[in-house]
Design a protein around this ligand. Structure first.
Ligand code: GTP
Ligand code: MG
Length: 194
């Protein structure tokens, strides 16, 4: 997997708009503002391919990007963002849940978690749900540049314990420093090839 040629495909607001599932897809899920879009930019080494924002709720549709005519990256809207009205929020939730449940070509769900906080109920629910359904997933602890030393070690141990994960089953990441990007690429390549 080289990420040489990356191109925007389309934005999807309802499941009907999804393209035919011809290529394996990797989806990026996580709470609003956790850094999903930033992680994709880092992965493909393009500063502004995907729009990011310091305000939560930036990504409101499923945005699909095709890489090297061989696989697709799906940037999902964040979950758990309270500042939009209820109707809109359940609309997003429906879109994300439907996508995760039904998308046949989905090869892996990257679940992005803020390394600075205790595990949130939303993150646990999503991972339990993916486990229950046998959907392949990969937890990524991001914003690792914001912690160091003992604090970093302690947070990693706490998240690993909360999710019953071993070190080789998750990635410690930073979109800012590039930490973890090589491990993430290796693990995603494995998911796509299997
Ligand atoms: P929504 O689309 O709103 O759900 O957000 P998102 O998860 O796509 O987050 P986005 O990538 O837009 O990033 C949110 C904010 O966090 C931005 O201000 C980013 O610059 C910042 N950010 C993202 N990743 C990192 C990281 O690894 N380290 C640091 N320090 N900041 C980060
Ligand atoms: Mg986003």
């Amino acid at each position: 997997m080289n990420y040489n040629h990356v191109e925007f495909l389309l934005s999807v607001y309802s499941l009907k708009q999804l393209p035919e599932p011809l290529l394996p897809e990797i989806a990026f899920a996580g709470r609003s503002n956790v850094g999903k879009s930033s992680l994709i930019n880092k992965l493909v080494n393009r500063r502004n391919l995907v729009k990011t924002s310091s305000k939560p709720g930036k990504t409101q549709s499923i945005n699909l990007f095709e890489v090297d005519k061989s696989f697709i990256l799906a940037d999902l809207p964040g979950y758990g963002f309270a500042r939009v009205d209820k109707g809109m929020q359940s609309g997003w939730q429906e879109l994300i849940t439907g996508y995760l449940e039904k998308r046949e070509s989905l090869a892996c769900v990257v679940v992005i978690i803020d390394i600075r906080h205790e595990l949130k109920a939303y993150d646990r629910d999503l991972i339990d749900w993916l486990r229950h359904r046998g959907r392949p997933f990969l937890p990524v602890y991001t914003k690792a540049d914001k912690l160091s030393g003992n604090k970093l070690t302690k947070q990693v141990a706490s998240l690993d314990a909360a999710l019953s994960l071993r070190a080789e089953e998750r990635v410690i990441f930073s979109s800012k420093s590039g930490k973890g990007v090589d491990k993430l690429k290796t693990m995603l390549a494995r998911q796509i090839e299997s």
